[in-house]
Structures are given as C-alpha cells and as structure tokens.
Design a protein around this ligand. Sequence first.
Ligand SMILES: C[S@@+](CC[C@H](N)C(=O)[O-])C[C@H]1O[C@@H](n2cnc3c(N)ncnc32)[C@H](O)[C@@H]1O
Length: 213
Amino acid sequence: MNPADYDAWYATPRGRWVGDTEYALAKRLLAPRAGDSLLDVGCGTGWFTRRAAADGLIATGLDPDSAWLDYARARSPGDVNWVEGDARTLPFADAGFDHVLSIAALCFVDGERQAVAEAVRVARRRFAIGWLNRNSLLYRQKGRGGGSGAYRGARWHGADEVRALFSGLPVRKLTLRAAIYLPAATRWARALEQTIPGALPWGGMLLAAGEKA
Ligand SMILES: C[S@@+](CC[C@H](N)C(=O)[O-])C[C@H]1O[C@@H](n2cnc3c(N)ncnc32)[C@H](O)[C@@H]1O
C-alpha cells in the first residue's frame, strides 16, 4: 500500500474515529507531560507521531520503510525526528525516551518478543504498545484468511499472548485495555464505545501499557 492511500484513511470519518479513539486511550495510559520525549515505533506515515507532537511532546518516529518516513517527514512540523530503523534493534540508548508508543506495528515484526524487549529497554517512564486482537469483531471482518488491506500479514493475538510477550522484562503495573469494540463506527458504535469499559478484552485494538521497572 502506498503511504498516501494509507494516511488518507485517517481523514475518513471511520479512520479518524479509530485513530482518535486509539490515541486517546494511549494518551490516558501514558499520561505524558508537555515537553516529555516520546518514541513511536513502527510509525508508518506518522499519524500518531504527529498527534503526540501536537500535544507538546518531543516526538520521534521510527520505521524501516523509507518511503513512508519521507511521507511522514513532508507532513510534519520541523521539530519531529524521523529515524529509519528496525524495532528489533532500536538505535537508541537505554531509557532514551520518557515514553514509547507503538500502534499496530509490532504485529508485523518477525520476532515480536525482541521488539517488545527493545521498546521496554529504551523507555524511561512508560510504554503503550497496541496489538490487533484476535478476539474481536475487527478480526472477523479484516483478519481472517491472512487479513485484508492494511491488515494483510499481521499477527492477531489474544490478551494472554500479549501479556506473555512481557514476561521476564523489567516492567511493572502491566495493564491491558481494549478499544474499537464495534469497528463499523456508526453513530451507535461510537456511542456504545463510550459505555464499554476498556478492561473488556474484545476490542479490535489491545493496548498493553506499563511502567519501566
Ligand atoms: C499498519 S502500519 C502502522 C503504522 C502506524 N503505527 C499507524 O498506526 O498508523 C505497520 C507499520 O509497521 C512497520 N514495520 C514493519 N516491520 C517493522 C520493523 N521490523 N520495525 C519497525 N517497524 C516495522 C511498517 O513499516 C508499517 O509502517
């Protein structure tokens, strides 16, 4: 998929709702302060990186795809850093960022556990990592048979599998929250989303967040 088509989805009513809902959850779990640093691993076209920068964070987006990074760079304010790299070998110092964010990216990485360990290594305070949830309506619509569109090739996990990716790592207060329970994003779906506690592990996005120990 080309980056312009991918990013354009975030300008559609459904894409905007999905992005806003996921970003709001990640922000609540990270609880950053303006001026904190944040690394977005697997940033793609940088939609979440730009949101973080707009919230006053010192944002860095990392992705292995140079074309997507070029797209992100051309659409961002000059103070966002864009780095070409791999989630499994992050080119950053231990505890180099106050916060590490990653949305629907590590599920495309062969060797997710190594990527999770790297995300935790470079986090100083908190991390929030989002996976696609196999136990969700979104999976039934977009994930089966290898997946469709931007979901093609992704691994979909259940909550226990996501938790297991953190075993043995220096984290505390690991919390799983879900979002995007009814992916159709109709008026009713949006209203219902407000009433479902994110602790129910059936949303399309599973966000694992915690503190660096
Ligand atoms: C579905 S996109 C998500 C992009 C962005 N986080 C978002 O939510 O809009 C998946 C991203 O994972 C990136 N990715 C794939 N393999 C990766 C790796 N080994 N390290 C870091 N990112 C990777 C892809 O290049 C792509 O940008």
